[in-house]
Design a protein. Sequence first.
Lengths: 326, 342
Amino acid sequence: MAELTYRDAVARGIAQEMTRDPDVVFFGEDVAKAGGVFKTTIGLLEQFGPRRVRDTPISEQAILGAAMGAAMTGLKPIAEIMFSDFLAVCFDYIANEFPKARYMSNGQLKCPLVVRTGNGAGSRFGAQHSQSVENWAMMIPGLKVVAPSNPADVIGLMAAAVRDPDPVIFFEHKSLYAAKGEVPDGEIVDRLGTAKIVRPGKDATVLALALMMPRALEAAETLAQEHGIEVEVVDVRSLVPLDLATILSSVARTHRLFTVEENPRLCGWGAELASIAAEEAFYDLDGPVVRITTPHIPLPAADNLEDLALPSAPRIVDKIRRSLNA
Amino acid sequence: MAVAAKRKLKSRPDEPTEAEVSAEKLIDLYRRMLLIRRFEEKAGQMYGMGLIGGFCHLYIGEEAVVTGAMAAVELGDTVITAYRDHGHMLACGMDPKGVMAELTGRRTGYSKGKGGSMHMFSREKNFFGGHGIVGACVPLGTGLGFAHRYRGNSRVSLTFLGDGAMNQGQVYESFNMAALWKLPVVYIIENNRYGMGTSVSRSSASPNLYGRGEPFGIPGEQIDGMNVLAVMAAVQEAVEHARSGKGPFILEMLTYRYRGHSMSDPAKYRSKDEVSRMRQEHDPIDQVRKRLVDGGFADENRLKAIDNEVKAQITEAADFAQQSLEPDPSELWTDVYGEVEA
Ligand SMILES: Cc1ncc(C[n+]2csc(CCOP(=O)(O)OP(=O)(O)O)c2C)c(N)n1
Ligand SMILES: [Mg+2]
């Protein structure tokens, strides 16, 4: 065991896979010589050399298109899109190319690539550099989508994503890069499509991911200490595939469901979960599914407004307490 | 039909054609550049004190580009750029108080604190932003040119972009469309040699950015962007070309940013020597100062007085930006959608 930052876990995860498989290549803007704008990829150029770790021009379409071109031949590119907002700049590949290749080619073409990207708010970057867009990726059939909340998951899910035969959009949270966590020694390989019960509880199920995990856990602690409410906090981790077994069995035990989402409200990932719960867990539920989200607005730059926009621990506590009438 | 525009490519940073200006105009250019420099120094300082958050891309070293360009246009011409935008706003005549207050995220800022450093606008001053996505302002500037042409109002669109942005695909889509439709757009490339930590030589297969419109028949010139009079002359010529209906023009301004890309920049991609050489030998403001003094156009007292006036203006802006209130929480919900007009 060693303590590692989420940031360093990114480099370790990539290095683990590059060491294992010479078909893994890594490229993006300022990822090699500078070690990444968020310092997530320091040392990779030195370790694996410029043939496998490359700086690209500021050309997101070419980055993702070339990643797919290489992937169709069996290479396993990891491409970085610096901020997840910029996925919109190269969305054709995300929406029309990656996810359709296998289907349209009768399974002949594969697209075993990973797009890593810095997602989420918290740094006052404003409307074009702060968005949580995991729901953009979730809505497209053919993509897999993960969003880890801690360093060990970063490594394990990175390994799973690289080894996966399909395109995976890997959302790292910018405001978690400095967060630390215990990480086991040696190779770490996790599984896509697995949620984790991080804090057990009997009164309600709370689903969260990425930056909303520490906030949900903080809220759970307050609810327990101050209000005698024991919520079960589930780290969803993987939106596609989705671990319905874990989520629905938790709901069957707690009879209430809350989601804590950083993405804007309309068509956020929790809307899909609420819909699934309504269809599949209706008789388990003792009350409506409640979503705690960022409002359906562009994100503001000002400190006070950005803080207000995102779900905070107090807002989560308040909403859960009121909903449970406690 | 073949594109009629005459092909013209020129690289002449060492033998500039300079605008002919009066002593008063030169003093005015000096003051305008100094305003940007002092504003940016103050912004950097306030960032260091935690009064500004998010990104803060300073324009220090590049002042001659936007100052010379704005001296060459007419009222009503439009300006658009990316996120290194404070200098452009000041050059467009926007109030330093409102710009600084936006940086500190206050309700008196140009976007009430909701835009931040990278996203500010002034319809009144024909400044169309302030855009955080690299390359995005290029098609937008092309569209501004389209609107000018459509309205037949002889306005020109000044569209600024970086050397790094030159590798975005939409730049070439825009060049083609602007040439095809003969749009009055002057694309001004601020080649400060780096896009974040990547030098032009590491990102561009062909380093002559001014020649990248050639396949579309767009004339291009490379200019010493540290010489405000050379910039002014080049933009005058390009704007005249665009205004007279001949279509777009590309100007590559060779310039240099002294500070980091944004506020946290380890600066390992270039040497301290390189930076100090540029500062000492090519500083755009020092160059004009020297001309003013050597030419006897302004003595030290006059220049000192200007320095003090500019300083006072910046102090006022900084005080205003710190004393203004944060935006009201209800602002979270305003301007998401417009009202339907009856
Ligand atoms: C589409 C997109 N890709 C990447 C970025 C991140 N980024 C911001 S500034 C920048 C460098 C741009 O360099 P250049 O165009 O030369 O402008 P400069 O900062 O030098 O003024 C990059 C890569 C972005 N904002 N948008
Ligand atoms: Mg640049």
